[in-house]
Design a protein around this ligand. Structure first.
Ligand SMILES: [Zn+2]
Length: 139
């Protein structure tokens, strides 16, 4: 887990997605959608020469495009979901995850993406609804 420095900045993104959960008995076993909000928190032990943890513009450009191209307005499904083939046949956009596409796993996916592009991410919070959110803080 990245050390949580004394300075931090956070940026929010939003995107729309559809999903359903496998091996689950509740309503979320049916395909449905969410307007997600994501908060990416970055931390640093000290500021750069500009007095910043990370330039918000850099943070935006390194994640916004990926979110738009990978997750936004897509069905997010677990590998093995029988919906994948019909969507592929119809030419509809989808994204496949190894784990159930819960808020927790989407938070982890975004955390790992932020780390891959070199951001000093310490936490990703993903709101699935106004009242429900999940955090992933590395590990
Ligand atoms: Zn849902």
């Amino acid at each position: 887990m990245a050390p949580d420095g004394p300075f931090s900045v956070s940026k929010r993104f939003s995107f729309c997605y559809g999903h359903r959960l496998m091996d689950y008995e509740g309503n979320c076993r049916h395909p449905h959608g969410h307007n997600a909000r994501v908060e990416v928190k970055l931390s640093a032990p000290k500021l750069d020469r500009r007095g910043m943890v990370v330039d918000f513009n850099d943070l935006r450009s390194s994640l916004r495009g990926w979110i738009d191209q990978t997750l936004d307005h897509r069905m997010i499904l677990r590998r093995g979901d029988p919906l994948i083939e019909p969507l592929r046949a119809l030419g509809e956009p989808f994204f496949v995850m190894e784990e159930n596409p819960t808020a927790e796993n989407l938070a982890r996916l975004l955390f790992e993406r932020a780390r891959e592009v070199g951001l000093p991410v310490v936490r990703v919070r993903l709101w699935e609804t106004d009242d429900n959110f999940a955090d992933y803080a590395g590990g």
